[in-house]
Ligand binder design. Structure first.
Ligand code: FES
Ligand SMILES: [Fe+2]
Length: 350
């Protein structure tokens, strides 16, 4: 089950140049490359002749020549030269073209109905391109269904155990978590008042207590932006632009039913010229998310190994369950409902 009429990240913009780049999105292998005018094109990565991946082909200006029999397609996926050069070109031969948008430092593709591909629907990652903010991140290939990643990011209770040595701290389990739905967004938040700083936030061994917040925003179909930070207790409960406030960026792209691409990073609005700090944040974040991935891949394997067992939801899973409900409604709208296990999305909170 995939929500198809949505934009998904296929790559960081920085990784796309004139050379062919191929990645599978929602079960479809897609070729992207940058044209000479700087714009990006996306098409099905299968030659319309014998289906050899076009990404194995040879770039000729903005065109691509299949490496099997030499059919040449233009950047819109239409044939412009047949294998026998003197043969008349059959313009009905083409690779399907996909709508593509470059925004917020990512390349987004739309794998549903092209007529519905409205660029205004790209999830709002404003902090990734606002000139007053700095953003950097990486990506991981993860062997789990994308909804397990959404569950994980909308769940603020796993840090104590999964991230014990970085962002976890015992006080996390003593602070209440609330969740709510606002339109098609789900928000999960926790405020911790007057707590010792977690290892990742500690700047000295005898540092004073802080106020710490975590506010997770689920943006359908598979984005999670987490507003995180700490402030001196004396400053009170505030989301003002504090030096340790940042946004954790999580854009998840389903690859297959059991694999995903996870594009992660962090954005901050202070000290934005400090490249060393940006690099350190990225390195630490990469370690934290690697801790999640170890758990998620083991969870996916266990789900496959235990087909007679179902996921259960406790009240700590409210954020993930509510996100799944929104995903399911979108899939229904796309006509994919029959393929989706409704009971999975409508778990009773126990
Ligand atoms: S498979 Fe591409 S030209 Fe034959
Ligand atoms: Fe985590």
């Amino acid at each position: 089950m995939f929500v198809t009429n949505q934009w998904y990240v296929i790559a960081y913009a920085r990784d796309i140049g004139p050379e062919p780049f191929s990645r599978t999105v929602c079960g479809k292998r897609i070729l992207v490359y940058r044209k000479q005018d700087g714009s990006v094109t996306a098409m099905r990565d299968a030659c319309p002749h014998r289906l050899l991946p076009l990404s194995m082909g040879i770039k000729e200006g903005d065109n691509i020549r299949c490496r099997y029999h030499g059919l040449v397609l233009d950047a819109d996926g239409r044939a412009v030269e047949m294998p026998i050069k003197s043969d008349p070109v059959n313009r009905s031969i083409c690779a399907a073209k996909y709508p593509v948008v470059e925004r917020y430092q990512f390349i987004w593709v739309w794998i549903g109905e092209p007529a519905k591909a409205d660029p205004a629907l790209v999830p709002d990652y404003w902090m990734c391109e606002d000139p007053g903010w700095v953003f950097d991140g990486g990506s991981y290939h993860v062997r789990c269904n994308y909804q397990l990643l959404v569950d994980n990011l909308m769940d603020l209770t796993h840090e104590t155990y999964v991230h014990e040595g970085s962002i976890g701290q015992p006080e996390l389990m003593q602070s209440p978590i609330t969740s709510r739905v606002e339109g098609d967004r789900v928000i999960v938040e926790r405020w911790m008042h007057d707590v010792p700083p977690a290892p990742a936030y500690r700047t000295s061994p005898d540092q004073e207590n802080v106020d710490r917040w975590q506010i997770c925003h689920f943006l359908p179909p598979s984005s999670v932006i987490i507003d995180v930070g700490v402030a001196p207790v004396s400053e009170g409960w505030s989301l003002e632009n504090h030096p340790v406030r940042s946004f954790v960026i999580d854009a998840i792209t389903p690859e297959t039913e059991t694999t995903s691409w996870y594009y992660w990073g962090a954005a901050r609005g202070v000290d934005i010229g400090n490249a060393e700090r940006t690099a350190r944040t990225k390195m630490l974040q990469g370690k934290v998310f690697a801790e999640d991935i170890a758990v998620l891949e083991a969870q996916q394997q266990s789900i496959e190994d235990n087909p007679d067992l179902k996921l259960r939801a406790f009240n700590i899973d409210a954020g993930g369950v509510r996100s799944r409900t929104i995903i399911r409604k979108m899939a229904q709208r796309d006509g994919a409902a029959a393929a989706m296990d409704a009971s999975d999305a409508e778990q009773e909170l126990a």
